[in-house]
Design a protein around this ligand. Structure first.
Ligand code: XIL
Length: 456
C-alpha cells in the first residue's frame, strides 16, 4: 500500500476500517500538503538511519496505523513497556499492549525500541509504596529486567535500560534506585539486561542532554567509565523534547563526542513544542528545528535512529504535560503532514515535496460522538493551519436518511438529504492555528455512514 495518501484515499481508508470520522478540506493556496512520495523510513534507510515513532497500541488501526506502519522503521511503546504498565500488581503481568506493538512492528518490518526498564517514574504503587531492604530492591529490579527483557528476547533492537538518571547539574537524581542501591544500579541493570538478551543494544536515555552541558557531560563521563569497566553499554539516547527555536547549537558536536567514545547515539523522543495557537510562522520554525535535529544525526555515522515522540498532534504528551503548549509533532490532529514532516524529509535527502510555506488549509472533520438505537450526536471541527476564515459554511449530503433535529454553535438547515450549517454570530472567525467546533443531534435508522464535509 502506498504510504502517502491523498485526502480522498485517507477518507476511504478510514471508512473501510469503520472509523466514524471524515475530513473535508478547504485549501487556501493552490495545493494542499500531501505526504512526500518517498516515506521517511525509505529516505532514512538511504542515509543509514532508522526513523521511529512512539506509539499507543490501541490506536494502531485506520489512518494512525497506516502512517505508523508505512512512514517509520522503528516503534517505541510510549507507555506499554513501563513497569507500572506491565506489572500493576506484584506478580500479575499485563503484556497485552506491549505484545500488540511488537506484533505490529514485526508485521511491518520494523524495529522495536524497548522503553524503559529502570526509571523513577511510572512505577507501580506496590513498588514505590513498599519498604524494601537494598537486597530486596536489587532482586526486584533484577527480576523485573530478566522477566521483561527475557519475554521479548530477539524481538527488541535496543532497550532504554536506564531512563533519566541525572539532575540538571550532572549529579545523580535522587530516586528509589539511587537512594536504595547507589549508582551501581546502573551497571547492574545493564549487566542483567545483557544476560537476558545478548543481542539487544543497551542504552542510557535522558533529556536536556542534547547539547554540551553539565548533564550531558555527566552522562559522557558515566558511559566512559562503564566502558572502561567492561559493562555492556551500546548507546546513549538523547530524548530531545525541545522548545520551538531552541535546538542546541552544540547538538552535532555532542553527538560526535559520544560516537568518538565508541557508543551509538539515538534521538529517542523528538518533539518541538510551541505556545498555542500554532500559526504559519511557528510551523515554519518548527520545520527548521526538526530539520536541524535530523541533519545533526545524519552528519554523524554512529547516530543510528531518530524517533519522534508521537507522530501526530492527536497522540502527544505535550498538551497535558506543558499547559498552553502543543502542536509538537510532524502531523496535525487530522493526520495531515505539517511543515515539520517536510523538514524531516529534507534533512534525509527528500526533495521536491515541500509545499510552499505560505500554503495552508482549513479542514472540517465530522465525527459521531455518541450513537443510540434511533439517534446520534455528531460534531464538526473546523481547524485552520497556515490559513484563516472570517465566516464559514459546512455542507454535506446524508446517504442513509439521517435527519438533523437540533444544532448548537451553528445554524443548520436540511433540505432532503442536503445539510448546510453556517457559523453562529460569535464563531465565524477561525484564526490561523485555531479551530471551532459545532455539534448536532440527528436521527438515523439502518446505517449511519459518515458523510464528506465541504467547507466554503
Ligand atoms: C510520557 C508519555 O508519553 C505519556 O503518555 C505519559 O503520561 C508520561 O510519559 N520521557 C520519557 C517518556 O522517557 O517515557 C515520557 O513519556 C516522556 C518523557
Amino acid at each position: 500500500m502506498r504510504s502517502s495518501r491523498t485526502p480522498l484515499a485517507r477518507r476511504l481508508a478510514a471508512l473501510a476500517t469503520g472509523a466514524l470520522t471524515a475530513v473535508g478540506l478547504f485549501a487556501a493556496g493552490a495545493t494542499t500538503a500531501h505526504a512526500a512520495d518517498t516515506p521517511l523510513r525509505t529516505l532514512g534507510a538511504a542515509k543509514g538511519k532508522v526513523i521511529g515513532t512512539a506509539v499507543t497500541g490501541s490506536k494502531l488501526t485506520g489512518s494512525y496505523g497506516d502512517i505508523a506502519g508505512s512512514q517509520f522503521s522503528s516503534l517505541t511503546p510510549g507507555n506499554a513497556m513501563k513497569w507500572g504498565s506491565v506489572e500493576p500488581t506484584q506478580g500479575s503481568f499485563n503484556w497485552t499492549e506491549a505484545d500488540q506493538i511488537v506484533a505490529f512492528a514485526q508485521a511491518h518490518n520494523q524495529q522495536v525500541r524497548g522503553h524503559t526498564l529502570v526509571w523513577h517514574s511510572q512505577n507501580p504503587s506496590w513498588l514505590t509504596n513498599g519498604s524494601w531492604t537494598s537486597a530486596q530492591l536489587s532482586s526486584l529490579l533484577q527480576n523485573h529486567i530478566s522477566t521483561e527483557v527475557g519475554r521479548y528476547k530477539g524481538k527488541i533492537a535496543a532497550w532504554d535500560v536506564v531512563n533519566e538518571p541525572f539532575n540538571e547539574d550532572g549529579t545523580y537524581r535522587s530516586t528509589l534506585w539511587y537512594n536504595g542501591l547507589g549508582s551501581g544500579y546502573i551497571a547492574n541493570a545493564l549487566t542483567w539486561a545483557h544476560a537476558a538478551d545478548p543481542d539487544a543494544k543497551l542504552y542510557i536515555n535522558d533529556y536536556n542532554v542534547e547539547g554540551v552541558n553539565s548533564k550531558s557531560t555527566a552522562l559522557y563521563n558515566l558511559v566512559k567509565s562503564l566502558k572502561q569497566q567492561g559493562v555492556p553499554i551500546d548507546g546513549v539516547g538523547l530524548q530531545a523534547h525541545l522548545i520551538l527555536g531552541q535546538v542546541p547549537s552544540t547538538l552535532q558536536q555532542n553527538i560526535q563526542r559520544f560516537a568518538d567514545l565508541g557508543v551509538d547515539v539515538a534521538i529517542t523522543e523528538l518533539d518541538v513544542r510551541m505556545a498555542l495557537p500554532a500559526d504559519s510562522t511557528k510551523l515554519a520554525q518548527q520545520a527548521a528545528d526538526f530539520k536541524s535535529v535530523v541533519a545533526a544525526c545524519v552528519a554523524v555515522t554512529r547516530c543510528v535512529n531518530v524517533t519522534v515522540w508521537g507522530f501526530t498532534d492527536s497522540d502527544s504528551w505535550v498538551p497535558s504535560t506543558f499547559p498552553g503548549y502543543g502542536a509538537a509533532t510532524p502531523y496535525d490532529e487530522n493526520y495531515s503532514p505539517k511543515p515539520a514532516y517536510y523538514g524531516i524529509a529534507e534533512a534525509l535527502g527528500g526533495s521536491g515535496t515541500t509545499p510552499p510555506p505560505t500554503n495552508g488549509a482549513c479542514t472540517a472533520t465530522y465525527s459521531v460522538t455518541s450513537q443510540w438505537n434511533t439517534g446520534f450526536t455528531g460534531q464538526v471541527k473546523i481547524a485552520c493551519a497556515g490559513a484563516s476564515l472570517s465566516s464559514w459554511k459546512a455542507s454535506w449530503t446524508y446517504g442513509a436518511g439521517q435527519q438533523i433535529t437540533q444544532a448548537w454553535n451553528a445554524g443548520c438547515t436540511q433540505s432532503g438529504s442536503a445539510v448546510t450549517c453556517a457559523n453562529a454570530s460569535y464563531n465565524g472567525s477561525v484564526p490561523d492555528g485555531g479551530s471551532v467546533t459545532f455539534g448536532f443531534n440527528a436521527s438515523w435508522s439502518g446505517s449511519n455512514p459518515v458523510p464528506t464535509v465541504t467547507l466554503s
